[in-house]
Design a protein around this ligand. Structure first.
Ligand SMILES: [Zn+2]
Length: 148
């Protein structure tokens, strides 16, 4: 299966600029790590994965299953999700915690303010969970945006 790897996408650049402005040191696209993570913060042993909501099958309103060739897309997106889970567990087994920043946290009607995004990133770095996800302000049941 071809890998989903879009370098230097808009959302990734946004996350990089934010990390830079917060004074974090990071490395990009480390091929020696599982899944070639988009961004790693070596000092924190955290890999930041910036995921497009369509390709990675996020349950949010940026994702809509295409009405044509639905079986094809479903298989493809399921494979991507499966691979994402594997990459996270492989990274963890090499000592890297993973923080997934979803596209909907950065663009679309439910996007977070940059202060909010910064706060969520800093919170993850200061805590100890193995995995974190940052997404837009969605109500998970209705998939409507939640007004802050
Ligand atoms: Zn999303």
């Amino acid at each position: 299966m071809s890998r989903v790897r879009s370098k230097d996408t808009g959302p990734e650049l946004t996350v990089r600029r934010l990390l830079h402005s917060l004074g974090f040191r990071f490395r990009l696209h480390r091929r020696d790590l599982p899944g070639t993570p988009d961004i790693v913060l070596p000092r924190h042993h955290v890999a930041v994965l910036v995921h497009g909501c369509f390709w990675h099958g996020h349950d949010c309103s940026l994702f809509r299953m295409p009405a044509t060739r639905t079986e094809f897309w479903k298989a493809k997106i399921d494979a991507n999700r499966h691979r994402d889970a594997e990459v996270r567990s492989d990274l963890l087994s090499e000592g890297w915690r993973t923080l997934c920043v979803w596209e909907c946290a950065i663009r679309g009607s439910a996007r977070l303010s940059s202060d909010d995004l910064a706060m969520q990133i800093i919170t993850f770095l200061s805590e100890r969970q193995n995995e974190g996800d940052i997404a837009g302000h969605w109500d998970t049941k209705s998939r409507e945006r939640i007004d802050a």
